[in-house]
Design a protein around this ligand. Structure first.
Ligand code: NDP
Length: 491
């Protein structure tokens, strides 16, 4: 027996792998009881309010404003004045300084923001800490770099800002979507009225404090909170020049109809039903991690989530077996616990939508698997779910569930994989798992999706454009492409 073998022989074999709780401190965030709207660099008292809660405990976190048409009007007027009074004519290098400052402040205050993001949205702290916050800061850094180089980005086209941008964002990545929207708009010299989602307004409101710290001129960024009615009032307002919307395809389509013929510019980032395609020559364990990351990251509240797994028939059984085993190790629970992998569902309404679609899947004949896990009694929760025996016509294979629910389908040939992957009204993203580079390129050329990941999934970088085909929307966010929707060209 060698020394190592002897040592191993004596080592205690753990029998229990439960983790002790490792909660992040809530005290890092000091919330006010009541928030107004952030207009013209200060807070205005809202006429109407509602309570914003924590979806993991259902406790009220703060009271926030339900923006009215008058609130929206004041915000647009403040944005217009800021645009005319200096922001649009400021040299790019000066605008860049503000963006760099915002990025650094976000980095400095990232723990505080991460805790608040998890409290208000339900996502695990390790995701808000390691993904949302670093990416939000990176976005501001990246676009700060472009602010004084627009003429090089678009040579001989004389780029100029549009004016006032109305930006409407969803609840799945509240601060990150704010960064995706604000950073390019400001870098290009526009001013903004932003409406966060009804259920997750708090990080946007805390961000107003960052704007003050960065000494951004008043009115350059205005935040009006509220539900869909506030969003609708913003879209309808005559004083805006552009709408940037991320959310459901249904609302996106109605905005597009509303704006037709008005001359206002529009970008839409809508839903998805991405295929994560696994070939039999892939590194199987790595693919399993990618599948789990693809659909259980952020409770599946991800527009580009890999919600349809297309497995090559020859590896279907070992793949599904490994996947189920891996699911049993996922820890579902307190979003503020650093060990948590899957947090709370963002709202009661979203939980009802997920439950309805999962019931439809069972009724249509798919086979459901959920690992044994005890869900907390209070709050909104859904266990990680895998459906096998899924036909392409089932609702769970067609509709966006926006929850931790994976539908598994199979294919035999690459042609069949492409056919099935593209068989959806959406076209936001796709994943390909294979060891053959030529096959990756062959697939990427044929997949009708804005982003195709190879041997990875849900990877984001501010330098890389993101956006959809078909009913997933149009326009790109990120990269050089992300500047164009915020510019007009004086050719
Ligand atoms: P919505 O499209 O309703 O929400 C997105 C944003 O638009 C929110 O700020 C919302 O406000 C606002 N809004 C709602 N109605 C209007 C309107 N008529 N005019 C202008 N703005 C409006 O998405 P939901 O939250 O209702 O989610 C529904 C489904 O949409 C989900 O189940 C999911 O499938 C999909 N979704 C996709 C997202 C993506 O990233 N592609 C993000 C979010 C949802 P409010 O928050 O008050 O509703």
């Amino acid at each position: 027996m060698t020394d190592i073998e002897r040592k191993r022989d004596r080592a205690a074999v753990p029998t229990d792998w439960t983790y002790a709780p490792a909660p992040e401190s809530r005290d890092l965030v000091r919330l006010r009881e009541r928030y107004g709207h952030f207009v013209g660099g200060g807070w205005i008292e809202p006429a109407d309010t509602y309570a914003t809660i924590s979806p993991s405990t259902e406790e009220t976190l703060a009271t926030v404003g339900q923006g009215t048409a008058e609130d929206v009007d004041r915000a647009v007027a403040a944005a217009r004045a800021a645009f005319a009074n200096g922001w649009s004519s400021l040299p790019g290098s000066e605008r860049a300084k503000y963006l760099f400052r915002i990025a650094r402040l976000l980095q400095e205050r990232s723990r505080e923001f991460a805790v608040l993001e998890s409290l208000n949205g339900g996502k695990p702290i390790k995701e808000s800490r390691d993904v949302d916050l670093p990416l939000a800061a990176a976005h501001f850094f990246y676009y700060a770099g472009w602010a004084d180089k627009l003429e090089y980005a678009f040579p001989n086209r004389r780029p100029a800002p549009l004016g006032v941008a109305a930006q409407i964002i969803p609840w799945n990545f509240p601060l990150l979507m704010l960064a995706w929207k604000l950073a390019p708009a400001l870098a290009c010299g526009n001013t903004v009225v932003l409406k966060p989602a009804e259920t997750t307004p708090l990080t946007a409101l805390l961000f107003c404090d960052v704007l003050r710290q960065a000494e951004l001129p008043p009115g350059v960024v205005n935040v009006v909170t509220g539900d869909g009615r506030t969003g609708a009032a913003l879209v309808e307002h005559d004083g805006i020049d552009k709408v940037a919307f991320t959310g459901s395809t249904e609302v996106g389509k109605s905005i597009q109809r509303q704006l037709a013929g008005t001359g206002k510019k529009l970008t839409l980032e809508l839903g998805g039903k991405a295929a994560n395609i696994v070939f039999d020559d892939c590194a199987l364990d790595q693919a399993v991690e990618g599948i789990v990351n693809g659909i259980y990251f952020n409770q599946g509240h991800v527009c580009c989530a890999g919600s349809r797994l297309l497995a090559q028939e020859s590896i279907y059984e070992p793949l599904v077996e490994k996947l189920k085993k891996r699911l049993e190790t996922l820890r579902v629970g307190d979003p503020l616990d650093k060990n948590t992998d899957v947090g709370a569902i963002n709202s009661k309404l979203q939980l009802e939508r997920i439950t309805e679609l999962v019931e439809a899947g069972k009724e249509e004949g798919a086979e459901i698997f959920q690992p044994p896990c005890r869900l907390p009694e209070k709050g909104y929760w859904f266990a990680p779910t895998v459906f096998t025996n899924v036909a392409q016509s089932y609702r769970i294979a067609q509709e966006e569930i926006f929850g931790p629910v994976l539908s598994v389908l199979t294919f035999r040939t690459p042609e069949e994989a492409v056919e099935k992957a593209n068989n959806t009204p959406y076209g936001l993203s796709a994943g390909v798992w294979t060891e053959k580079g030529s096959r990756i390129l062959w697939m990427a050329q044929r997949l009708r999706a804005g982003v195709v990941w190879a041997n990875t999934f849900n990877r984001f970088d501010p330098a890389s454009p993101f956006g959809g085909y078909k009913e997933s929307g149009f326009g790109r966010e990120g990269g050089l492409h992300g500047l164009e929707p915020y510019l007009r060209f004086e050719e």
